[in-house]
Write a protein that binds this ligand. Structure first.
Ligand SMILES: [Zn+2]
Ligand SMILES: [Zn+2]
Length: 360
């Protein structure tokens, strides 16, 4: 039976809500009925061509749902189980995987080239970033599903798959924030809100949220921000002013723009660390002079999927959720249907809101 999905027909085209036919899960595959899917900035980047996957595709890479059926050889989940979707499954065999850096797996997106479904009109469809969560149901590789930890509501669990792993991992794994350190988070979207909560969990003494919109202050403070700065030409100076003229120990950039990366770096103290989580385009050139790189002794790091190993990190996040330290539902500012995704993209472009969640 056909299910409804939001299909990207071509790069730059609007999403079309249409019926798709999914095959029964083959060997090593799992069919999942989605409970919820988060709308991530990367979905917008895929639809406008900033990032590329084969099209036509069903986008959506953050989701959770219930297993409907499993193919031959799948033993770690069974029909009826709640699962979080992992859009970057690691192969276990490549150089990165052999070093334990599974988030950099060379084969993580190998499935994007496959045809995984067809529209009811017969058009072949690719699964976006492997998991195609902008649909009522999906069929994925078994490595893309992880059991939802006990005590985490299925709808909230959707956010774990991208925003929370990424924001938490940026703070915990990449920047390695220590108790008492000061942190600035640039960009108060889904990932930024997760990073703010992670900084609070890490015991940061001061957490500065920065965003172009003044309207996100309350959202940011609820997530743990102790200070709020509306982005301007003087942002770095304002952040130094909040930290005894030194600058923060850690900056987490969740925007992916050259000016924001440069400001984040300028906002850190001598020896400070900047982690870039935001995904920008090739046109975003960031420049540094040689003397300042020496003088400031700072670190600038990229961060992919929060440098997380989802199988190891999900149980840790679940513990934070059960203890009330991590609040997933507070990150959701809008609950929408599949038809609401284009408006959610518009809101992202306009810098409005936190996470929009498609609830099925
Ligand atoms: Zn994402
Ligand atoms: Zn690998």
């Amino acid at each position: 039976m056909a299910v409804r999905a939001a299909v990207l027909p071509a790069v730059g085209s609007p999403l079309e809500i249409t019926g798709i036919d999914l095959p029964d899960p083959g060997p090593g595959q799992v069919r999942v009925r989605l409970a919820a899917a988060g709308v991530c900035h990367s979905d917008l980047s895929l639809s406008d061509g900033t990032m590329r996957v084969p099209v036509p595709a069903v986008l959506g890479h953050e989701g959770a749902g219930t297993v409907l059926a499993v193919g031959e050889g799948v033993t770690h989940v069974a029909p009826g189980d709640g699962v979080v979707l992992n859009w970057a499954p690691s192969c276990g065999n490549c150089h990165a995987c052999s070093l334990g850096e599974v988030w950099l797996c060379a084969n993580a997106l190998g499935g994007a080239a496959d045809v995984y479904a067809r529209t009811t009109g017969g058009t072949d469809l690719h699964p976006g970033l492997n998991v195609a969560t902008f649909a009522e149901e999906t069929v994925v590789a078994a490595a893309c599903v992880l059991p939802v930890p006990d005590g985490v509501p299925l709808t909230d669990a959707a956010l774990l798959g991208c925003a929370v792993l990424t924001g938490y991992g940026a703070v915990h794994h990449s920047a390695r924030v220590r108790p008492g350190e000061t942190v600035a988070v640039f960009g108060v979207g889904g990932v930024g809100l997760a990073a703010l909560q992670a900084a609070r969990i890490a015991g940061a003494s001061k957490i500065v949220a920065v965003d172009v919109s003044a309207e996100k202050e309350e959202l940011a403070r609820t997530a743990g921000a102790t200070d709020y700065v509306v982005a301007s030409d003087t942002t770095a100076r304002e952040i130094r002013g909040l930290t005894g003229k030194q600058g923060v120990d850690v900056a987490v950039e969740c925007v992916g723009r050259a000016v924001t990366i440069r400001t984040a770096w300028d906002s850190t103290r001598r020896g400070g660390r900047t982690t870039v989580v935001g995904i920008g385009g090739k046109d975003q050139q960031v420049t540094f002079n040689a003397l300042e790189i020496f003088h400031w002794g700072r670190t600038l790091s990229g961060c992919v999927y929060g440098n997380c190993d989802p199988a190891a990190d999900l149980p840790v996040l679940a513990e934070h959720i059960r203890a009330g330290r991590l609040d997933l539902s507070a990150m959701v500012t809008e609950r929408i249907s599949l038809e609401g995704i284009p408006a959610a993209f518009e809101n992202m472009l306009a810098g409005k809101g936190g996470r929009a969640l498609v609830v099925f």
